[in-house]
Design a protein around this ligand. Structure first.
Ligand SMILES: Cc1ncc(COP(=O)(O)O)c(C=O)c1O
Length: 330
């Protein structure tokens, strides 16, 4: 079908750009040095392509992502890079057909994982952003996990506060300082894994031995503002103009169709006024009529994916495939 025939708002990806991004990252961060984060796309069909390129381990943010990858036969080495206390979800992960490793940063998270039957973990270190323990607490937590019979595979530290920094030197500096903490913790904890990093630091973070990048496949406008990124903007949101005023038009993709935490979407041929629940008001540069279709580029890929059920793959103006966003929810 032609792209104009899809029911809008419709989440779409340019298949050529998506494939370019997969290939480009596989050349820059080959094989198992990349542990792609599936939270950025939430699709087993796309994860299978990453797996086929040699990235056989995955990073996950939710139990649903772990269980869905395992069901799809992609469970070679799954890291839940997130703290989890829910006994039901933990035991479902322990039972699933996959190698499952979990991030822990407290006695509580270790005891919950152990009680549910999960036997491998990484110690999550706070390197300046979100979860994680202090460096000094890491050896105590590693000893506790080992005393329960768990395999401590190493350390994790995600430098999320560096990821979106446009200035390269500043991003490098923040990453370096964060990784000094992670390496100190690794000396105390041991294990093979030093895992962290993302799209914004995939080359400049030379301290980790695993890169957890996710956004690179589909991209968003927050990342395209970083000029050092070679990835193409694959994701877009197809929308219909449903109303027209003297100075602006209104289209049918609002904030319920895309993540807004990184700001407004971009419309290449005009200026976004604002988004509301089901609508976006736009001042177009080239006049638009009611019924015209337009493409918006979301500012943040991860929450945008979580709001849709299907991704339409587009090539040459035609929808050539549809992938289920089957790892949604928790
Ligand atoms: C723990 C962790 N690792 C890696 C990433 C991947 O980052 P990106 O999608 O920017 O590549 C994220 C994203 O938030 C994350 O939370």
């Amino acid at each position: 079908m032609d792209i104009e025939e899809v029911s809008t708002p419709a989440l779409c990806a340019d298949l050529d750009y998506l494939e370019w991004n997969l290939q480009t990252m596989a050349e820059r961060v080959p094989g198992t040095r990349l542990r792609p984060h599936v939270k950025a796309h939430k699709m087993t069909q796309l994860a299978a392509r990453q797996h086929a390129l040699g990235h056989t381990g995955f990073t996950c943010a939710t139990a649903r992502e772990v269980l869905g990858l395992a069901e799809a036969g992609l469970g070679t080495d799954l890291l839940l890079a997130n703290e989890l206390l829910d006994p039901l979800r933990l035991s479902a992960m322990a039972r699933c057909d996959a190698r499952v490793t979990i991030a822990v940063d407290s006695e509580e998270t270790i005891l919950a994982a152990h009680a549910a039957g999960i036997d491998e973990c990484v110690i999550d270190i706070r390197v300046g952003f979100r979860c994680g323990c202090e460096v000094e607490e890491a050896p105590f937590l590693a000893d506790l996990a080992r005393s329960k019979g768990m395999n401590v595979r190493g350390v994790m530290g995600y430098e999320g506060h560096a990821m979106g920094v446009v200035d390269l030197e500043k991003r490098q500096d923040l990453t370096h300082r964060a990784m000094e903490r992670l390496l100190s913790a690794h000396e105390l904890v041991g294990g093979d894994l030093i895992t962290g990093a993302g799209t914004g630091t995939h080359l400049i973070n030379t301290w980790v031995n695993e890169v957890q990048a996710g956004s690179y496949v589909l991209m968003d406008t927050a990342y395209t503002s970083q000029l050092d990124q070679p990835f193409k903007q694959a994701l877009f949101l197809q929308s219909t103009v449903i109303s027209k005023a003297k100075d602006f038009v209104v289209c049918d993709a609002g904030l319920k169709a895309q993540g807004m935490d990184h700001g407004n979407p971009t419309y290449l041929d005009g200026e976004i006024m604002f988004c509301s629940d089901e609508h976006t008001n736009i001042i177009p540069t080239t006049p638009l009529q009611v019924g015209d279709q337009i493409s918006l580029v979301p500012a943040h890929v991860d929450p945008t994916m979580a709001k849709h059920e299907i991704l339409h793959l587009v090539r040459g103006g035609k929808v050539v495939d549809q992938w289920n966003i089957d790892l949604r929810h928790w």
